[in-house]
Design a protein around this ligand. Structure first.
Ligand code: PLP
Length: 441
């Protein structure tokens, strides 16, 4: 990384007076200049940034948006409106609330479609992430004696591993045999060698631990060529990576909305089912009244009149108070658009990487995430040898910097482009240096 009169290579757009110090170091002034140059593509003012203990700005520098995104200011208002409508209309609110509750799930549909590259009918807001993965696997994991394997990354989020193991057991297979845990670079080889045994690939689009962004179109095509179904957990990819699920021919996917999508703890999740599977009556599915077509639902038919598209996977009526923050939060993504956000994300992560690499010159720190921007999202995972990552993260709080740790020695840092700044990244560098020196001493 070089400093130039035009700015800092890879960070883009800093004005000529953005002073950079020694090679590889972005000064505080340069970070502030980068933020001024990049002012058009974020919505920092739309978020509540947690208060600082000491920092003069009054705000923490927040790097845990890959775990729980910050609260958009507008969420309080939409929740208040729903509470008012409930108080004013009670049961009539289903029809006459300012956003009628009976149609509430539809409010997220178009935005979800834009986020993941899907037609509105291919997406649905419902439940939570692991529940959605189970409901989709009920339909799409259909093992036979010959073809029964489920492929998953060796560093998959434990909830996904428990989910696929319990699915295999549910079908009478030994999970230790049916579930094949692979390094991400082994997936294509495994498909080439024993693809005829693979029933399902269930992988994380961006791995939660390493931050690696997988090549979703290539892996999906290889899975299909082997005769398998391909589903993706997009917890760390939705609102982070550019996704084209329809064009990539992905069979199904699910994601949560509390990370990059900023809809609050446990907020309602999303699911995608490719249009090619819509209307199939050979798929097992669990039904409820919300699986029925909206036009006939309240005639209370004895026989299900299936909803069109992904909506048929819904079972229950929408939890309005948990969906309202999703609806408001997605509006911010629509305002800025994923392409601009992704570009800003790449710039912020380049700065973050540069900061961490500078520290790695003198401290026992190693970036686990691929260095190619095309192979990563917004998170960098850092292994700090010999340092207790949980203690380090606690120490960083004293410096008003919030990260998250994956014990024993990994710290994950993300700088979501909607609200993170280059100045935050500069603060992280300063705090990490000081906290590491304390820990190592
Ligand atoms: C990759 C991944 N999968 C699954 C989950 C579990 O999500 P939920 O508790 O919403 O089912 C998480 C939660 O952080 C996750 O990061």
């Amino acid at each position: 990384m070089r400093s130039t009169a035009e700015g800092v290579d890879g960070l883009g757009g800093a004005p000529a007076d953005a002073a950079t110090a020694a090679e590889g170091e972005v000064t505080e002034e340069a970070a502030l200049a980068l933020d001024r140059a990049d002012a058009g593509t974020h919505r920092r003012d739309a978020f509540l940034i947690p208060p600082a203990l000491h920092h003069p700005s009054g705000e923490v520098a927040y790097f845990a948006g890959n775990s729980l995104g910050l609260q958009p200011r507008a969420v309080a208002q939409i929740l208040q409106e729903e509470l008012e409508d409930w108080a004013r209309y009670a049961v009539r609110g289903h029809e006459v609330a300012r956003r009628p509750w009976v149609e509430y799930g539809d409010l997220a549909r178009a935005s979800f479609g834009r986020l993941v590259g899907a037609e509105p009918a291919e997406v649905v807001a419902m439940n939570s992430l692991t529940v959605n993965l189970h409901l989709l696997m009920i339909s799409f994991y259909r093992p036979t004696e010959e073809r029964f394997q489920i492929l998953i990354e060796d560093t998959a989020f434990p909830s996904d591993l428990y989910a696929v193991r319990s699915q295999a057991a549910h079908h009478g297979f030994d999970p230790d045999v049916a579930v094949v845990r692979l390094r991400t670079d082994q997936v294509l080889d495994h498909l080439a060698r024993e693809g005829d045994k693979v029933a399902l690939l269930m992988l994380g689009g961006v791995n939660y631990l390493t931050g690696e962004l997988l090549d979703i179109p290539t892996i999906t095509a290889a899975g299909h060529a082997a005769g398998a179904v391909v589903g993706w957990d997009l917890a760390h990819a939705a609102g982070n990576a550019l996704l084209e699920l329809h064009d990539w021919d992905v069979d199904f996917a699910a994601w949560c909305t509390y990370k990059y999508l900023n809809a609050g703890p446990g907020a309602v999740a999303g699911a995608f089912v490719h249009a090619r599977h819509h209307g199939r009556d050979d798929l097992d599915r669990f039904h409820g009244w919300w699986s029925n077509d909206a036009g006939t639902r309240f005639r209370m038919p004895v026989d299900l009149d299936p909803a069109v598209g992904a909506a048929v996977w819904q079972i229950s009526n929408p939890p309005v108070l948990a969906l309202a923050p999703v609806v408001r939060s997605l509006e911010l993504f629509d305002e800025v658009g994923m392409p601009a956000l992704r570009e800003r994300s790449v710039r912020l992560v380049a700065h973050l990487e540069q900061t961490l690499l500078r520290l790695a010159e003198t401290r026992p720190l190693e970036i686990l995430t691929p260095s190619d921007p095309a192979r990563r999202g917004n998170q960098l995972s850092v292994r700090i040898r010999g340092v207790d990552s949980a203690a380090l993260v606690d120490r960083l709080v004293e410096y008003d910097v919030v990260c998250d740790s994956r014990p024993p020695d990994v710290v994950r840092v993300a700088c979501p482009p909607l609200y993170s700044s280059h100045h935050d990244v500069w603060r992280l560098g300063q705090a990490l240096e000081a906290a590491l020196d304390e820990e190592i001493r």
